[in-house]
Design a protein around this ligand. Sequence first.
Ligand code: ADP
Ligand code: 5GP
Length: 249
Amino acid sequence: MSGTIFIISAPSGSGKSTLTNELRRIVSNLEFSISYTTRPPRGSEQSGREYFFISREEFERMVCENEFLEHAEVFGNYYGTAKCCLREASARGHDLLLDIDVQGASQVKHQAPEAVSIFVLPPSREELERRLRRRAEADDDLQRKLLGDGARLFNTEAIIQRRLQTASHEIENFRQYDYILVNDRLEESIDTLKSVVEAERLKRSCAALSAKDQSVLAAAERALRAPMMRQVETILATFDVSHFPAVTE
Ligand code: ADP
Ligand code: 5GP
């Protein structure tokens, strides 16, 4: 396989889609893997753009025919990365960006240990809640505009609470990841993410490093899991993750 797989995971609402959309715009030769899902489209989402929206029957058929590199059930819906997406990016000599959950990330790392994994964290639980509510309100406004008052809404307390609860469990998996990105100031987060992709490309090339390359490598190194441990500990405390062990890394 010629390209590198970049895996990005985060609790829902942390800003992963915002970051990956921008990354795709500013970094060349990086393809975004469009996942298959059985969940209904949200807001302005379109099949073939954000996801391929398919039925449970179709998804199960694809599982039986071994068409997925990984798949998982998230929030009661199936999600999966098709192997063909990886093959096609690879044939074009491009890297592939996977926006997948922690279960999927672990399956991919198992099959492709050289894949680079990045875990995005919100600055705190309070900020995650604010972002989840803001996004749900925006999605609901759009649904009402498109479908009127009978529209299926997303800003229910149950959905927000479920996502917050799931976030507390998901963030405990940060140790599986190579890099940790705290998405506080958006511009800074995008710069860091770009540095990670560029640094990994530099590490895999045999070219001599310029001074600019060295600074890219240094920026990416600061986002490695070990130097991020203290900041992660502070964030986990806001989620009341009580059994977090003492920082030893
Ligand atoms: P995810 O893909 O992780 O579920 P989104 O990218 O949809 O999250 O972002 C959730 C909400 O947070 C959106 O309304 C988005 O505009 C907002 N958001 C993303 N990043 C930031 C940031 N750094 N600061 C403030 N708001 C942000
Ligand atoms: P959402 O429904 O908010 O777009 O995504 C919910 C969760 O599903 C997110 O954590 C997202 O990363 C994850 N997800 C999206 N596509 C895939 C996929 O193909 N495989 C797996 N395992 N998770 C996915």
